[in-house]
Design a protein around this ligand. Structure first.
Ligand code: NDP
Length: 298
């Protein structure tokens, strides 16, 4: 049986970060300032702390300014919104990312809605989601844009392909479906109420799994030769006592024997997310400063 080609998101993300770095240096020379990303973290969630640290580190490595705002877990809605408004008004800040999830007493949607659309590098404001639905240029959520970059790099034109997106979250599933529609795929969005999910997935030339259920998508759901993008990041017990390991939403070993190409977990979609965040920040910086972006492919 032939093995699927492994889509190396780690290598693609490294290349993207390098191109962003080159463009960030050119931007700084033209604008007289670095592009800047502000990340807001409320509370002490350990996973969020790791994400925020990595974002800050990679922002600086790409030659951009990183502004980290760490607020206590009992921060009020009013204080958080006041910070977002200050960042909206700060000319050194091109991108604002409020790390989600927020502690339960805060209204995430209300906070995100206060982010200026010109600085919405996570692509989650109603303006950004609306522009994506309308097919207008704008800032697009990082993870699905990263998935699209990997797909286009692997397949070239996606026009006319049958794509099935499993998951309909605001963060991944819905924007992914919009992006694939924008590439003229025939798109099906599946979710927890979908009937006969294996049969739906079997139609797909492109499968994007964004569910959050370890190894849910089985080998016999995959059409031979299909391209499989696994967004899932699930921590499960490892063989060694007390240890854990990461798996995706797809049974990688089984699906690899059927698919044409597949992203591994880890090392597939995961590294793309921060690389695209840096890309989005740089694109926002150019627009905010009225400077033309030379690397049109970014
Ligand atoms: P959500 O929990 O917001 O959404 C999950 C979606 O999966 C929902 O639409 C849900 O359907 C659907 N679903 C749940 N169970 C089933 C089922 N049995 N069959 C079909 N569909 C089902 O998750 P996210 O979209 O935020 O994330 C999905 C996964 O991607 C997670 O593992 C997350 O960790 C990972 N992720 C990875 C990122 C990366 O950088 N690689 C970034 C973001 C997320 P319904 O709407 O009906 O409830």
């Amino acid at each position: 049986m032939s093995q699927a080609e492994v889509i190396d998101g780690k290598a693609f993300a490294a290349g993207l970060r390098e191109r962003v770095g080159i463009a960030a240096a050119a931007f700084a020379a033209k604008a007289g300032r670095k592009a800047g990303l502000a990340v807001v973290l409320v509370g002490e969630d350990p996973a969020s702390q790791v994400y925020v640290r990595n974002k800050g580190k990679q922002t600086v490595e790409a030659g951009m300014a990183s502004f980290e705002h760490k607020l206590p877990a009992d921060t009020t809605q009013a204080d958080l919104i006041a910070l977002v408004e200050r960042l909206n008004a700060d000319p050194a800040v091109d991108g604002i990312l409020v790390q989600l999830p927020l502690p339960g007493h805060l209204d995430e949607q209300a906070v995100v809605e206060r982010i200026s659309p010109s600085k919405d590098v996570d692509g989650l404001t109603p303006t950004s989601t609306g522009r994506l639905a309308l097919g207008l240029p704008g800032l697009v959520p990082c993870t699905p844009l990263g998935c699209l970059m990997l797909l286009k790099d692997k397949l070239g034109s996606l026009s006319g392909k049958d794509a099935v997106v499993i998951g309909r979250s605001i963060l991944v599933g819905k924007p992914m479906a919009q992006l694939l529609l924008g590439e003229s795929c025939t798109v099906t969005i599946a979710h927890s109420r979908t009937q006969n999910l294996p049969d739906v997935v079997r139609r797909a030339d492109i499968v994007v799994a964004a569910v959050g259920r370890p190894e849910m998508v089985k080998a016999d759901w995959i059409k031979p030769g299909a391209t499989v993008i696994d967004v899932g990041i699930n921590r499960v017990p490892a063989a060694e006592e007390g240890k854990t390991r990461l798996v995706g939403d797809v049974d990688y070993a089984g699906a690899s024997a059927v698919a044409g190409a597949i992203t591994p977990v880890p090392g597939g979609v995961g590294p793309m997310t921060i690389a695209v965040l840096l890309r989005n920040t740089l694109v926002a910086a150019h627009r905010n400063a009225g400077v033309a972006l030379e690397d049109q492919a970014l």
